[in-house]
Design a protein around this ligand. Structure first.
Ligand code: IPE
Ligand code: IPE
Ligand code: MG
Length: 243
């Protein structure tokens, strides 16, 4: 099937899918492996899910890879996660670029090792004109932190009280210019937001799944999109008003 035909299998498709990639540690523990082996497996799965999103014709995918709270993990795990991001960028960038993926980073680059910051900047720069899929990587990202940053910037710009609107706040977030997520998938059965896109998710449809992230494959993604298609998004209205 061509990508276009694949895209047609969904009657209603999210424009923006965001994923809380959770459960790598438990996936590894179940196999008697170290946690980092779970993160590695999670990375391999990510490649499959990116390709599936391209095939399904999803224009925006955001992945939660490292939160502002994840610094609290043991030092060796934190370092391992930094290393994984670095090797993934080295290994996958050319292919992502070829697939027409535009990379964006949301969160703070400051705080990451200098060479990693440079690699992320270069990857964003290289892929900036790609249009097939925008992949937002949330790394050193926290929703509250993002709002604080936006408000500080607005204060620094001297915005008047009446200029502080939902639109102007959105325009100052890391996600400026990216449509709000329609569907937020959380793997591993947890039922919380963990500080992810807390402003942007105001009307997102949540989809929890018990699968650990390394096991969340293309079929599971298809099911999530089909489930999304059956949801009625009312945005405060009643069913009869739905167009
Ligand atoms: C998600 O998997 C990946 C990151 C937070 C980096 P976890 O590492 O949180 O896996 P569990 O929740 O311990 O199973
Ligand atoms: C959320 O997962 C962060 C990422 C997936 C990067 P966590 O595993 O860190 O979330 P909590 O701590 O269980 O809420
Ligand atoms: Mg977790």
């Amino acid at each position: 099937m061509s990508p276009e035909q694949k895209a047609e299998e969904f009657k209603k498709k999210p424009t923006h899918i965001a994923v809380i990639m959770d459960g790598n540690g438990r996936w590894a523990a179940k196999r008697g492996l170290p946690r980092l082996a779970g993160h590695q497996a999670g990375t391999e799965n990510l490649r499959r899910i990116i390709t599936a999103c391209v095939e399904f014709g999803i224009p925006y995918l955001t992945i939660y890879a490292f939160s502002t709270e994840n610094w609290r993990r043991p030092q060796d795990e934190v370092q391992g996660l930094m290393h994984i991001l670095e090797t993934v960028l080295e290994r996958e960038l050319a292919e992502l670029h070829k697939q027409g993926v535009q990379l964006r980073h949301i969160g703070h680059l400051e705080g990451l090792p200098g060479n990693l910051q440079e690699k992320v900047r270069k990857a964003v720069e290289l892929t900036r004109d790609n249009t097939r899929l925008t992949l937002c990587v949330a790394f050193n990202y926290g929703g509250r932190d993002e709002i604080v940053c936006a408000l500080r910037q607005m204060a620094a710009e001297g915005l008047k009280p009446e200029e502080i609107t939902e639109e102007s706040i959105s325009a100052h977030l890391f996600t400026a210019g990216i449509p709000d997520p329609d569907l937020i998938i959380r793997t591993s059965g947890e039922l919380r937001t963990s500080n992810f896109l807390i402003w942007q998710a105001a009307y997102a449809e949540y989809y929890p799944t018990p699968l650990f992230w390394p096991d969340f494959d293309k079929e599971a993604l298809r099911e999530a999109i089909l489930a999304y298609g059956k949801r009625e998004r009312r945005f405060g209205r009643v069913s009869a008003q739905e167009s």
